[in-house]
Design a protein around this ligand. Sequence first.
Ligand SMILES: C[S@@+](CC[C@H](N)C(=O)[O-])C[C@H]1O[C@@H](n2cnc3c(N)ncnc32)[C@H](O)[C@@H]1O
Length: 283
Amino acid sequence: MDLKLLAESEDGGYQPIAGNRSRGLYCNDCRIVLQNSRPSSVDFIYIDPPYYTKRKFHGRGRQEATRPGALHFDDRWKGGHVAYLEFLEQRVRLMHRVLRPEGVLLVHLDWHIVHYVKVMLDQIFGIDRLINELICHYQTGGASKRHFSRKHDTILVYGRGDTYYFNAAVVAAPRSPKALHRARWSKGARISRQHTHKNPDDVITIPALNPMAGERTGFPTQKPLALLELLISAFCPPEGVVADYFCGSGTTLTAARRLGRFYTGSDISAAAVRMVRKRLRET
Ligand SMILES: C[S@@+](CC[C@H](N)C(=O)[O-])C[C@H]1O[C@@H](n2cnc3c(N)ncnc32)[C@H](O)[C@@H]1O
């Protein structure tokens, strides 16, 4: 990593975090961070970049980065969707380069632009390298009278190569009480985890982040820790390196730290990076 380049960033560039699992938290455009990262060094990349919503996001919390009214990030694009796609493509190509041969990239988006990004990812990774199209179904938010209510995001999961890590057993979900009852009745004493749990499917129900939940930071686009813990447990080997180059409030890095993985990340906002550092220290 070229520390001089990173030191030009507003927050002083390189930000080592306490704890030996940290591989660095950077305050900079992730293009610069990625250009200075070692090729084939990361096992799991999750990104939750701007969604091409064409609006500004403001904070809803009490910290410096999230005060109500403080600009969190601007998702308006002068050159429209073409400019957005160029921005993302440049950075995703660099992510492809830093992934290990068996590494995976997860891209979290919604209905605004995900279909264009799917085509772009097919071109970079290869159309056969799509592992999953995960649907994250939300039960929160209002209902629309003008169309069906928009209640899901999409996470596209691509493998850099043909083989990748997936631990179905660790993310297996308990079966319904009815199915459990049936299994107990038919298997009796021979019942095992295989009968009580089932492999997860590609529709993930996301419980709302309770407004009083301890993990709530006030970031308007914060994702739940439980979602990131599920994804990392499933797709990142136990001693693997997790990266999030649009880390926002630091949910991915916090989840990685809780799960004992190595982690690295970046965000262009200095206030966000300061907040992530604090969140990681308290994890
Ligand atoms: C949707 S938010 C991420 C939210 C995050 N997943 C969480 O749970 O808090 C997108 C983030 O990307 C950051 N960002 C936008 N452009 C960037 C760039 N070029 N390089 C790095 N970060 C960028 C924004 O500052 C914002 O914090």
